[in-house]
Write a protein that binds this ligand. Structure first.
Ligand code: ATP
Length: 224
């Protein structure tokens, strides 16, 4: 873990990656809960690049970004970071984290992932290096699984902290699990509902729902 000399706690910024196709209340509520637990200054939504064969045929990367931008109006802590969308090919998380660390040397960067991602973290490119550039904050919906594979178990054994203050006094290197609400909402369920012209008004922010309807998004058969 990287220790810093200053006694001052570092401002915490949370980065939350996902396809956000579309962004919904499940994403936003969990991000807010994690930001409260960590007393974070900002939550940066980082929509991922989607390869053409996985992208919804009638929704562009710019439209996914626009929906995140509209969702950001819900809370001043939410910000959009569209760097991965603007690249021509998939961005590896490790490369994004290196960039972010270089841009924000005096912030504690917390990269937020779901428990499903933690369980398969050892399949990510340069996964052992991830905590060199950030803390990993894991949103654990409905508790924690009993078992992790050997690689993840070892990583947790050396990096897991149970004290959220560690995330403000160290620049990187911690893994912290936060128990969050379990909202049974998924983007794929939402896409299917729009395709069948069913109402999604309570599943995502009003402005996102209005945008989807106005632009006739998700009316084609889902490929994802
Ligand atoms: P899809 O249904 O298309 O797979 P999704 O909403 O599950 O979409 P992403 O948009 O890629 O997936 O989600 C980004 C992150 O948000 C993932 O880490 C996922 O675990 C988490 N997430 C998705 N839905 C919820 C939810 N209802 N509650 C908490 N976390 C969620």
């Amino acid at each position: 873990m990287t220790l810093i000399n200053s006694e001052q706690p570092l401002p915490i910024a949370i980065y939350f990656g996902g396809t956000f196709n579309p962004i919904h209340h499940g994403h936003l509520q969990v991000a807010l809960e994690v930001s409260e637990t960590l007393n974070a200054d900002s939550v940066h939504l980082l929509p991922n690049y989607l390869p053409p064969h996985k992208a919804s045929p009638d929704v562009s990367a710019q439209q996914r970004a626009k929906m995140c931008e509209l969702a950001c109006l819900l809370d001043p802590k939410f910000k959009l970071d569209s760097r991965e969308l603007n690249s021509a090919e998939p961005s590896y998380t490790i490369a994004t984290l290196k960039q972010l660390k270089a841009e924000h040397p005096n912030r504690a960067l917390c990269f937020m992932i779901g428990m499903d991602s933690l369980q398969t973290l050892d399949t990510w490119r340069n996964w052992r290096q991830l905590t060199k550039y950030c803390h990993l904050v894991v949103a654990a919906r409905g508790g924690y699984p009993a078992q992790f594979n050997e690689n993840v178990r070892q990583l947790l054994a050396s990096n897991q902290t149970f004290n959220p203050q560690d995330l403000q006094t160290k620049q990187s290197g911690c893994i912290y699990l936060v128990e969050t609400s379990e909202l049974m909402i998924s983007a794929s369920q939402i896409r299917q509902r729009y395709q069948k012209q069913q109402n999604c008004r309570c599943l995502l922010p009003d402005k996102v729902n209005d945008y989807i309807i106005q632009h006739h998004l998700y009316t084609h058969v889902d490929r994802a």
